[in-house]
Design a protein around this ligand. Structure first.
Ligand code: ACO
Length: 381
């Protein structure tokens, strides 16, 4: 058997419709759009609708990923779902996803907080590289809002719900994960945790009273850890792949805070334009954050076939995970059409917005004239 690589052949996302903006949060806690925007970069986030569950969102994202790959659920050999907000404690949410999709394969849930999806990607890469499986679905799906205390302004402004999925398939073409690093430092467990809900401190009226079913976070400690770990782990995985930071076309960092990403970019001596950001629209979606950014970067044509992208995540644990991934080349990738299609769609949308803006600007004098005339008429009456 020749060398086997795990090429990305499909990708898809699902985000709930309901938008929770900074202005909405101003009505809920003592905060302001200005504080949230300048301290985090987040403007809005999506919150689950009544019918959304972690499994239903995972299924929607997966269906889109399979469509792009031109595959059916029956083609999947393994499903890995990264999440910290499963539908239930038992059964594993991955089994629910497998059933809802109509796939016939093994499935497991992976918990490594916000780093979970990159951990899952590395798992999938191993199964394919060693010949165990050919086609693996790797999903990140989170309804993290269920563990957010909407009376705590230090955490509730940060998080949002969402899901994204990627299909990996065996290929002889050098592509997929070129290098990776998985890390954990459990001594920082209490910097970011949910004190109630688990077996150590089961949920009861006392835990409820102390609001221990919600996320507690030491923001400044997590911030310092994140800045240090993003830059250092990225440098190590890029080195392991035999590359330099300049060889990376796009960095896909965990979408927690724009200031963390800016600091990491400075440490890496790389321009901010090379760091993909969508946290302004989604906030921190935990294990869905990196795949959601990757999927949108692909849809917008921010990276192209053959490019090397570097991903990095960090989160509760404390955990971190980084990987350098090479995208498949055009002719060999069934997803190539979608690259061009995604780019075309992005450019079309941009052009439509430009036309809309121009039309609005052109019509503004007419609108003002009609408004003034109406006001004058009303005054005369
Ligand atoms: N609105 C207004 N003021 C606020 C808010 C808010 N939403 N939140 C905190 N403040 C106040 C604080 O009370 C504090 O006031 P004080 O000086 O009177 O005490 C002041 O702002 C400064 O607070 P800091 O915590 O020092 O603010 P900082 O600049 O560090 O920003 C933040 C806080 C955004 C949480 C930052 O520390 C951060 O992003 N940390 C990393 C968090 C993170 O990435 N977590 C997710 C990890 S991934 C996972 O696994 C889930």
């Amino acid at each position: 058997m020749g060398e086997r690589y795990a090429k990305i052949v499909g990708w898809g996302k699902y985000v709930p419709e309901r938008v929770l903006s900074n202005h909405d949060l101003e009505q809920m806690v003592d905060t302001s759009d200005e504080w949230i925007t300048t301290r985090t970069g987040i403007k809005e986030r999506r919150i689950r609708g009544p019918d959304d569950t972690t499994s239903s969102m995972a299924v929607e994202a997966s269906k889109r990923a399979l469509e792009v790959a031109g595959l059916s659920p029956k083609d999947i050999d393994l499903i890995i779902v990264a999440t910290s907000s499963p539908d239930y404690l038992l059964p594993s949410v991955a089994s629910i996803v497998q059933d809802k999709l109509g796939a016939r394969c093994g499935a497991y849930t992976l918990v490594a907080a916000c780093s979970g999806w990159v951990y899952a990607l590395v798992d999938a890469h191993q199964y394919i590289a060693n010949g165990a499986y050919d086609t693996i679905l790797v999903v990140g799906s989170e309804i993290i809002s269920f563990a957010v205390d909407y009376t705590d302004r230090t955490t509730c402004v940060l998080f949002g719900d969402g899901a994204a999925a990627v299909v990996l398939q065996a290929s002889e073409e050098p592509a997929g994960v070129l290098s990776f690093e998985l890390g954990s430092d459990g001594s920082g467990a209490e910097f970011l945790y949910v004190p109630g809900c688990g077996s150590a401190n089961p949920l009861n009226e006392h835990t409820f009273e102390r609001r221990e079913q919600f996320i507690r976070m030491n923001g400044p400690e997590v911030f310092k850890f994140a800045v240090r770990i993003i830059a250092s782990s990225l440098k190590r995985v890029i080195g392991k792949a035999g590359l330099l930071p300049d060889d990376i076309a796009l960095f896909i960092p965990h979408q927690a805070n724009a200031r963390i990403i800016e600091a990491a970019a400075r440490f890496m001596h790389q321009p901010m334009e090379k760091f993909y950001i969508n946290l302004d629209r989604y906030g921190n979606t935990s294990a869905a954050s990196v795949p959601l950014a990757l999927v949108e970067a692909l849809e917008e044509g921010r990276c192209k076939p053959g490019d090397k992208v570097a991903m990095v995540a960090f989160g509760a644990g404390l955990t971190w995970a980084a990987a350098v991934v090479q995208l498949g080349t055009g002719e060999l990738s069934p997803a190539y059409q979608f690259f061009s299609l995604g780019r075309a769609r992005y450019l079309a949308k941009k052009a439509a917005y430009a036309v809309q803006d121009a039309a609005q600007a052109a019509l503004l004098p007419l609108y003002t004239f009609v408004q003034r005339r109406g006001r004058r008429k009303r005054r005369r009456k």
